[in-house]
Design a protein. Structure first.
Length: 336
C-alpha cells in the first residue's frame, strides 16, 4: 500500500450479501473515476467458490470435514482465487492508478476457521490451509497472523485500504434467504453468510496491523479501516465525504441512472440478476429500505409466516446472534 503524499488507494470493499454493495458502486460511478483502474466484475475474486459450494452442496457446512474427493478440488479453486487477486494487484500497479474492488468477507474465510465458528468446534491438529503466492513480485508463503481468518496472506491484505459495508441483520438476512431460495434453492445453508463475526474479526485485524501511514486516507481525520452502514448510503453528504477520503472525485457521483435493458439482465445471469433485481429495476435510490423505524419483533412474526417455523425460527436466532457484532461495527461507522 503506497504511503506517500501522492498515495493511490487500492480500495477493498468488504461486505456481506444483501448489504447494498451494488448500489454503492453504482453511486460511486467507478467507470468514470479517473483515479480507478476498473475491474470488469468489480472484484468478486472468489466467485468461483460459490459455484463449487452449491454444486457440491457444501454451503453452511464445515469444509474441513468433507471427504478427500471434495477437499482437494475446493483447495484448488481457493488457490486460483488467491492468485487472481494477487494478479489483479500487479495489474493495477502497472497502471499507476488505484482501484475499487469488492468481496464478500465470508467467501475468503479459511475452511478451518469456518468450521470452528459455524460448528463451535476446534479440530485438533488441523492447521489452516496454505496458499503460497507472490506479492509485489516476491515469492511468499501464506503467512497469516493471529486474527487473519482468511485464506489471504497478511502481505496481500495489507495491499488494500479496507472499507466494511454493513446493514441491519433484520434487513440483510431475510433478504438473503429470499434470494437464496429463488436463485439457489438453498434457504437453509446460510450460517456461513448470515453473520458479522468475520467482518468484526477482519476490522480488528486491520485496526491492529496497519501502520499509522497505512491508515491514512485522503481526508484528515478519517482513517482506515472505514465502516459504512447501508442506511447512510442514501445521504449524499456522507457518500461524498467517503468518496473523497478514498481518493475518488466526488463530483462524479451519480444518483440517477436508467433502468437496465432485458439484454443486460440476461448478460448478468440468473443468480446475479436475482441479487441485483432492485437496482436493475430502479432509476435511483429506492426509499424504504433502511432500518429507520424497524421493529425487529414485528419482523420476526412476519418471517415465521413467510418462511415457516423451522426456517423462520432459525432466521430469528441468526439475527439475534449477529446483532452484537453489527452494533459494534456500527458504532465505528463513518458519519457525515
Amino acid at each position: 500500500m503506497d504511503t506517500s503524499s501522492s498515495k493511490v488507494f487500492y480500495n477493498l470493499l468488504l461486505s456481506q450479501p444483501r448489504t447494498c454493495s451494488h448500489l454503492l458502486t453504482r453511486i460511486l460511478n467507478l467507470p468514470a473515476q479517473p483515479a480507478v483502474h476498473k475491474h470488469p466484475g468489480d472484484g468478486y475474486f472468489f466467485m468461483d467458490i460459490i459455484g463449487a459450494r452449491f454444486a457440491k452442496k457444501l454451503s453452511g457446512t464445515g469444509i474441513a470435514t468433507f471427504s478427500e474427493d471434495k477437499v482437494p478440488a475446493y483447495h484448488t479453486i481457493l488457490q486460483k482465487c488467491v492468485k487472481d487477486m494477487e494478479d489483479w494487484v500487479k495489474e493495477v500497479a502497472e497502471t499507476g492508478k488505484g482501484c475499487f474492488v469488492k468481496q464478500h468477507v465470508c467467501w475468503m474465510i479459511d475452511p478451518v476457521s469456518e468450521i470452528n465458528f459455524i460448528r463451535d468446534l476446534k479440530i485438533d491438529g488441523q492447521e489452516a490451509w496454505d496458499f503460497g503466492g507472490k506479492v509485489d513480485r516476491t515469492e511468499v508463503k501464506s503467512e497469516r497472523s493471529e486474527g487473519n481468518d482468511t485464506v489471504l496472506p497478511d502481505a496481500l491484505l495489507k495491499e488494500f485500504c479496507p472499507t466494511f459495508l454493513i446493514r441491519h441483520p433484520a434487513l440483510a438476512f431475510p433478504s438473503m434467504v429470499r434470494a437464496s431460495r429463488d436463485a439457489l434453492d438453498s434457504p437453509d445453508g446460510q450460517n456461513w453468510e448470515l453473520n458479522y463475526h468475520w467482518s468484526k474479526r477482519m476490522y480488528e485485524w486491520y485496526a491492529s496491523r496497519l501502520s499509522v501511514q497505512e491508515k491514512r486516507s485522503a481526508t484528515n481525520g478519517i482513517e482506515f479501516p472505514i465502516v459504512l452502514d447501508s442506511d447512510d448510503i442514501e445521504h449524499p453528504p456522507l457518500v461524498e465525504k467517503y468518496a473523497q477520503a478514498i481518493g475518488l472525485d466526488k463530483s462524479l457521483l451519480r444518483w440517477k441512472w436508467p433502468v437496465v435493458t432485458p439484454q443486460e439482465v440476461e448478460q448478468n445471469g440468473m443468480i446475479m440478476a436475482r441479487m441485483k433485481d432492485t437496482l436493475m429495476n430502479s432509476q435511483g435510490i429506492v426509499k424504504g429500505k433502511s432500518s429507520e423505524g424497524l421493529d425487529v419483533e414485528v419482523e420476526k412474526e412476519k418471517w415465521m409466516k413467510e418462511f415457516g417455523e423451522d426456517l423462520g425460527g432459525k432466521l430469528c436466532l441468526l439475527v439475534d446472534k449477529a446483532m452484537e457484532d453489527y452494533e459494534w461495527l456500527r458504532e465505528r461507522r463513518l458519519r457525515a
